[in-house]
Design a protein around this ligand. Structure first.
Ligand SMILES: CC(=O)N[C@H]1[C@@H](OP(=O)(O)OP(=O)(O)OC[C@H]2O[C@@H](n3ccc(=O)[nH]c3=O)[C@H](O)[C@@H]2O)O[C@H](CO)[C@@H](O)[C@@H]1O
Ligand SMILES: C=C(OP(=O)(O)O)C(=O)O
Length: 435
C-alpha cells in the first residue's frame, strides 16, 4: 500500500496544468470498440484507471499505439470475443468502474458482452439497472449469474425505440448511446445524463458518422447507422481536478494559476467556490486564485445557512462535494453539505474532525461544517484514503495542516490524479511518496 508523508502549513505558488478528464477518458476509450478503423485520442491522463482500461482493450485484441506522452492510436479491427470468457478478463473488468462502458459498444457491434460487477469507488450502492433497462429496450437479453455477473446478447441487430430512463445515469447513458448508434432505426433517450463527458462522447460519435440530436440536453435522438469510421478526439481538462486545485489554493492560502481550463465547460463549479468566499479571476482561459488569508461563506438572501448539494448535470457534480466540504473547514461561516447521490461518501469527515475541523455529520448524506476562519490550523495525523475524492480532500487538509500527516492507500488517489505528488511539489508542496 503506497502512502504520502505530507509536511503541511506552507503556501504554494505557481502555475498548474490540469490533466485530461478521467471520466471522459473512460467513455471515449470504450467507444473505440465501435469501429474497425483507427481512432486517435489525445490529452489522455496517465492515471491508474485509464491505464487499466487501455490494458483491458489491448488484451481484448485492440491494437494500441502510443504516439506521444498523452496520445494513443487504437484500432479495434480484430476484437477477441473469446477473451471475455477468461478469468483474466473478469479480474481486469472488475477492477474499475469505467470497464462497464464496454457493454454498449460490444452489444451494438458484436451482439454480445459479459461483465462482472464493475469496481470503482465504494461510496454507496451503485446500481446498474438503468444500463440494462436501456440495453434491454434495444433488444438485449440479460442473464444474471448471481448478483454480480451479467451476460447480455441480442439476436440480430438492436432496434431503436423510445425510452425514459429511471435515472440520469452517467455511465448508463453512455452505454445505451453507444449501443443505439449502431441500432436499426431511431432511439430516443429521455432523462439522459448530459455531463460534459457525455457531450464529448456524442461529438466524437458524430465525427465517426453517428447521427445524434439533442447533444447537451436530456433528450437524445439517435438515428442508427450501419457502421462508424475512425476519428481523432482530444479530451477536455478534468473539471474535478480543476475544482480540486481551486479548493487547494483557498485552503492553503496559496496563489495559483490553473492553466487552460476550458472555463465555458465548468458549469456551476466556479460559482460554487465563490459561494464559499473564494476569489477567482478568469484570465483568458486560465483561472487565477490569489492568496487569500480569509474567505467567508455566503448565506441565502434571508440570512439563513447555505446548503451546497450535488445534482445531475448541469447541477453540481457529486465528485466535488468532498473538496467543497474540506475547504469549508477553514472558511468563515457555516455551510450544510448535502451529498444526495451517494450514501457512503461523507464518512471521511471523521478524519477531518480528528485533525481539528468542526463538523457535525448529521446523517450519511449531510454534514454541517462550521469554518475555523484560519484562527486555528488543522493538525497532521495518520489517515487512510477511503475513495478518490475523499483522498484528495484529505491531501488538501494535510497540506494546510500544521505538522506532518501520513495518508495511506494513495492508490485510490492515483486512480484519478496524475502524479499528483510531483505536480504539487513543483509549486511548493512537500509530499513524499513511499511504496
Ligand atoms: C466512471 C464515471 O464516470 N464515474 C462517475 C459516474 O458514475 P456512475 O455512472 O456509476 O454513476 P450514476 O450516474 O449511474 O449514478 C450515481 C449515483 O447517483 C444515483 N443517482 C443518479 C442519477 C439520478 O438522477 N439520481 C440518483 O440518485 C445513482 O443511483 C447512483 O447511486 O457518475 C457519477 C455521478 O455523477 C460520478 O460520481 C462518478 O464519478
Ligand atoms: C466516483 C468516481 O469514480 P468511479 O466512478 O471511477 O469510482 C470519481 O471519479 O469521483
Amino acid at each position: 500500500m503506497a502512502s504520502f508523508e505530507v509536511r503541511g502549513g506552507q503556501p504554494l505558488r505557481g502555475e498548474i496544468v490540469p490533466q485530461g478528464a478521467k471520466n471522459e477518458a473512460l467513455q471515449i476509450l470504450c467507444a473505440v470498440l465501435l469501429t474497425p478503423e483507427p481512432v486517435t485520442i489525445s490529452n489522455v491522463p496517465d492515471i491508474r484507471d485509464v491505464n487499466k482500461l487501455i490494458e483491458l482493450l489491448r488484451d481484448m485484441g485492440v491494437k494500441v499505439g502510443k504516439l506521444g506522452p498523452d496520445t494513443y492510436r487504437f484500432e479495434a479491427s480484430d476484437v477477441h470475443l473469446d477473451y471475455l470468457d477468461t478469468p483474466e478478463f473478469v479480474a481486469q473488468a472488475g477492477a474499475l468502474r469505467g470497464s462497464v462502458m464496454i457493454l454498449g459498444p460490444m452489444l451494438g457491434r458484436y451482439g454480445r458482452c459479459q461483465l462482472p460487477k464493475p469496481g470503482g469507488d465504494k461510496i454507496g450502492r451503485r446500481p446498474m439497472d438503468t444500463h440494462f433497462l436501456g440495453l434491454e429496450k434495444l433488444g438485449g437479453q440479460l442473464t444474471l449469474e448471481g448478483t454480480d455477473f451479467y451476460r447480455i446478447k441480442a439476436d440480430g441487430k438492436l432496434k431503436g425505440t423510445y425510452m425514459l430512463l429511471d435515472e440520469a445515469s452517467v455511465t448508463g447513458t453512455a452505454n445505451i448511446l453507444m449501443a443505439a448508434v449502431l441500432a436499426e432505426g431511431t432511439t430516443t433517450i429521455y432523462n439522459a445524463a448530459c455531463e460534459p463527458y457525455l457531450q464529448q462522447l456524442c461529438k466524437m460519435l458524430v465525427r465517426m458518422g453517428a447521427k445524434i440530436q439533442g447533444i447537451g440536453s436530456n433528450l437524445l435522438v439517435i438515428e442508427g447507422v450501419e457502421r462508424l469510421g475512425g476519428t481523432e478526439h482530444r479530451m477536455l481538462p478534468d473539471m474535478i481536478e480543476i475544482g480540486s486545485f481551486i479548493g487547494l489554493a483557498a485552503m492553503t492560502g496559496s496563489e495559483i494559476t490553473i492553466k487552460d481550463c476550458q472555463i465555458a465547460e465548468l458549469g456551476l463549479i466556479p460559482d460554487t467556490f465563490r459561494k464559499l468566499g473564494i476569489q477567482l479571476e478568469f484570465r483568458g482561459d486560465d483561472i487565477y486564485i490569489p492568496a487569500q488569508p480569509h474567505y467567508e461563506i455566503a448565506t441565502y438572501l434571508d440570512g439563513s445557512i447555505l446548503t451546497i448539494s450535488d445534482h445531475t448535470w448541469p447541477g453540481l457534480t457529486p465528485d466535488l462535494l468532498s473538496i467543497v466540504l474540506v475547504v469549508a473547514c477553514q472558511a468563515k461561516g457555516t455551510v450544510l453539505i448535502h451529498q444526495k447521490m451517494f450514501e457512503s461518501r461523507l464518512f471521511f469527515v471523521d478524519k477531518l474532525i480528528d485533525m481539528g475541523a468542526q463538523i457535525i455529520l448529521c446523517d450519511p448524506h449531510r454534514a454541517t461544517v462550521i469554518g475555523l476562519d484560519q484562527r486555528k490550523s488543522l493538525h497532521g495525523i495518520t489517515m487512510t484514503s477511503p475513495d478518490i475524492r475523499a483522498g484528495v480532500a484529505l491531501l488538501i487538509a494535510a497540506l494546510s495542516a500544521e505538522g506532518t500527516s501520513k495518508i495511506l492507500n494513495v492508490e485510490q488517489i492515483d486512480r484519478g490524479y496524475q502524479n499528483i505528488d510531483q505536480r504539487l511539489n513543483a509549486i511548493g508542496a512537500d509530499i513524499r511518496r513511499a511504496s
